[in-house]
Design a protein around this ligand. Structure first.
Ligand SMILES: NC(=O)c1ccc[n+]([C@@H]2O[C@H](COP(=O)([O-])OP(=O)(O)OC[C@H]3O[C@@H](n4cnc5c(N)ncnc54)[C@H](OP(=O)(O)O)[C@@H]3O)[C@@H](O)[C@H]2O)c1
Length: 355
């Protein structure tokens, strides 16, 4: 039996005589995608031919040109720490519920559902979805916004998920104000490199923390000062910051508090490398509890994709205040290699998959 045709629910009128639906060839209804049937390392990922998604009434089908890769994809691929299989509804307990990996997406609208009003075929968009490591991806129209005019598809795909984390960390949890001193730990990474630029855009004086090879890069994205953590301990109590955005290193809360001003704000974003059950989440959970008993504000970030934040990011990009850093671009078939690079740490901005 033929698979259903993956065409627009609101067909584009060409003015030509309608001879009825053409027979669907396999290639029109299928696509290449990176698929996983089980949790594990990069070896569980396979490039396969699967059914092309069909947009529902409120959905947009995008021809993916590029997809950003970030730590969240690694967590989805491995199902680690186990805690996320319980708290994230789209993850299965024993195997992934959504077989295609990838969340960040940039591409061109291929087809739209009948209730979609903001987009039409051909529009260049960026946003988030489930399953962007594929030739086509589908999501509600509120997941997309027009691609910034000054970015390539690859640059645009680097923005959404890490950009949301940085924006919500700096603006909502950090409440960064002009003139404040802000420390960004993991300043060359996906979230950190946006965090440095956003804190600068909010008028802060920014210090970035990274390893020796990242110092120049962190300075180049606008940090006023850079600390090489392999040579200097940022938490030795010699210097203090109003806001700390902590994305890497898993320094204990007690240590991070030494680098905060007495009424300062610590935002725990994340950090890799802890146990298989809770991962780095113990700090995220402990921070708000401890915050009740101390003068400093200790907060955890649980970032969420939001349409209004996607628009804010686009405006900042078009105003020249935010530029995504691309560490390296890989073709779709090399997602496992891309993830191995991510696993090695020391990322500089975002790794992008060109489709
Ligand atoms: N809470 C949320 O909502 C949320 C959202 C997004 C991401 N996250 C989490 O946030 C963390 C960061 O994500 P990401 O995508 O930005 O990761 P990433 O791209 O891998 O960046 C991490 C950066 O930290 C640096 N780093 C490593 N060890 C360090 C140390 N000891 N001190 C200072 N810097 C160090 C790395 O390079 P160098 O070592 O070379 O400097 C790298 O540039 C991850 O754990 C991720 O899961 C949380």
């Amino acid at each position: 039996m033929d698979a259903p045709r993956a065409t627009t629910s609101a067909p584009v009128t060409t003015g030509a005589v309608d001879h009825g639906p053409e027979p669907a060839t396999a290639r029109e209804t299928t696509m290449q995608a990176i698929v996983q049937d089980r949790y594990g390392g990069p070896d569980v990922l396979e490039l396969r031919e699967i059914d092309k998604p069909v947009p529902k009434d409120n959905e947009v089908l995008v021809r993916v040109h590029a997809a950003g890769l970030h730590r969240g994809d690694w967590h989805v691929m491995t199902g680690l720490p186990y805690l996320i299989r319980i708290v994230v509804p789209t993850l299965g307990l024993r195997k992934p519920k959504i077989p295609v990996l990838g969340m960040d997406v940039a591409g061109q609208v291929e087809a739209v559902g009948s209730n979609v009003t903001r987009f039409q075929p051909g529009d260049a968009v960026f946003g988030w979805c489930d399953g962007s490591f594929a030739e086509y991806a589908c999501a509600g129209e509120d997941h997309f916004t027009p691609k910034p005019a000054n970015l390539s598809f690859e640059q645009a795909a680097a923005v959404p998920i890490s950009g949301f984390a940085a924006l919500q960390g700096v603006r909502d949890q950090g409440e960064v104000q002009a003139g404040q001193k802000v420390l960004v730990i993991g300043a060359a990474g996906a979230v950190g490199s946006f965090g440095v630029q956003l804190a600068k855009a909010f008028g802060a004086e920014v210090t970035g923390v990274g390893s020796t090879t990242q110092v120049e890069l962190v300075r180049s994205i606008g940090a006023d000062d850079v600390i090489d953590y392999t040579r200097e301990d940022v938490t030795d109590g010699a210097r203090h910051w109003d806001v700390i955005l902590d994305t890497a290193g898993r320094r204990p809360l007690s240590q991070l508090r030494r680098a905060l001003t007495p009424k300062g704000t610590l935002v725990i974003v994340g950090g890799e490398g802890a146990g298989r059950w809770l991962g780095g989440f113990t700090r995220n959970l402990r921070a708000p509890l401890l915050s009740r008993f101390v003068g400093q504000r200790l907060r955890m970030l649980a970032s969420k994709p939001r349409q209004e934040d996607l628009q804010t990011l686009r405006e900042l990009i078009e105003a020249g205040k935010l530029t995504p850093l691309i560490a390296r671009t890989y073709p779709l078939g090399e997602v496992p290699e891309a993830i191995r690079q991510l696993e090695a740490g020391h990322t500089r901005g975002k790794i992008v998959i060109a489709v």
